[in-house]
Design a protein around this ligand. Sequence first.
Ligand SMILES: C[S@@+](CC[C@H](N)C(=O)[O-])C[C@H]1O[C@@H](n2cnc3c(N)ncnc32)[C@H](O)[C@@H]1O
Length: 430
Amino acid sequence: MHDVFISYEKETKTIADNIVNVFEKNSIRCWYAPRDVEGEYAQSIVTAINKTKVFIIVLNGKSSRSNHVLNEVETAYKAMDEKGLAILPFKVSNELLSDAMTYYIKRFHWVDASNHDLNTSIQELLDKTRNILGIKIEETAKEKERKDNKYFVYDDDFELERLSGQRSLLEKMTHSTYKSVYSRYEKPLVLDVGSNDGYLTHKIHQESNARETIGIEYDNLAVNKSNEIYGSENLKFYEFDIEADDFNQNIKILLTKHNIEGFDIINISMVLLHLKNPFKMLKVIRRYLNKGGTIIIRDIDDGLNLAYPDENGYFKKAIEIVYNNPRWGYRYSGREVYTYLSRLGLSDINLETLGMHTINMDFYEKEALFHTYFGAILHDLYYLRKHSPSESVEKEIEWMESHIEILEEDFLKKDFMFLLGFVVYTAINN
Ligand SMILES: C[S@@+](CC[C@H](N)C(=O)[O-])C[C@H]1O[C@@H](n2cnc3c(N)ncnc32)[C@H](O)[C@@H]1O
């Protein structure tokens, strides 16, 4: 099955090839001759047009006079009335069009590529086609289910380096929130969920002047290393799968062992997006938040990302690759946090931070943000190539490899801005 029929004259074959290439990379299947002709030529064309949802005409003076193209347009015109086919002219030159073609297309809005960069215009054509087909980028991602996503590999150096770059940026952004939470407690009991290599847990432990801190994490190697590097009498790390059915039971056992009933501060940083059912985990955790205790959640929502200017749509495309990538978690997770916290019956829910942006970042911070977000895409795609190879992964690698440098160059330009949908929430158990 295909979604789009491309009508063109052989002089504009390269443009048609370009359109097909971009559309198919974006999972919109095209029909165009001669590639897709099956059996008798004319019949094959009529059948294809009648099965299609969008009919694109690559339009210049010559194609407007071509009998082939005019025949196709006439067939499309009929299918428009009978089957609701949408016709989308793509004007690629300023030449005069034939009267016959003008008659057919005058009532349609067209995409005018005659005075614009071809890639930008194809992107506009893609957006219009997506609209007609009812594909919104956001919905495409939303349709994707949250996956239980055990992605973390402790001995992955790149991932560790990425995390540490991400960390220093996040620290700067969230420093005041943590400070104000710490100021509410004297010697708090702290739980850090998804403690990874223990760095953040250790930092919270020290800065909050905690009586006792526990980090839980399911990566066995990470837990061992954390205990080795940061572990102490009052700071301990345990191997836990917070999505497992016996999570509640295990945490109860742990608390009994430590002789505590609950925590004053529960920190959940960049973890919810990796869970299949975050609310299920939060319901359990909430039982162990002391009266007056604070929960801090840091998470991501790529739906809030903004890259400007993005004339060629490259940033948009790169962000799309991110949310198609299972290693990066559920990229619309951030927007769900408020609902979860309300349903848990917590009070003083506060959105402390909304978005991390490059305005006022110095060169090195911008570079770090680029590296942690866009720079990491290729690395993750190579990981996917190794562990679950597919044609689409190959296509994405090819695209990223040929665009990463231009992305970085644009990102570092002075007048470019990027806003990352990063959210920080706090809420209290009153
Ligand atoms: C992106 S890292 C965030 C690390 C740290 N909290 C920070 O903000 O720097 C997510 C961590 O959550 C852990 N994690 C994911 N799913 C988990 C699960 N079901 N049980 C326990 N830990 C989990 C991962 O292993 C990883 O260490």
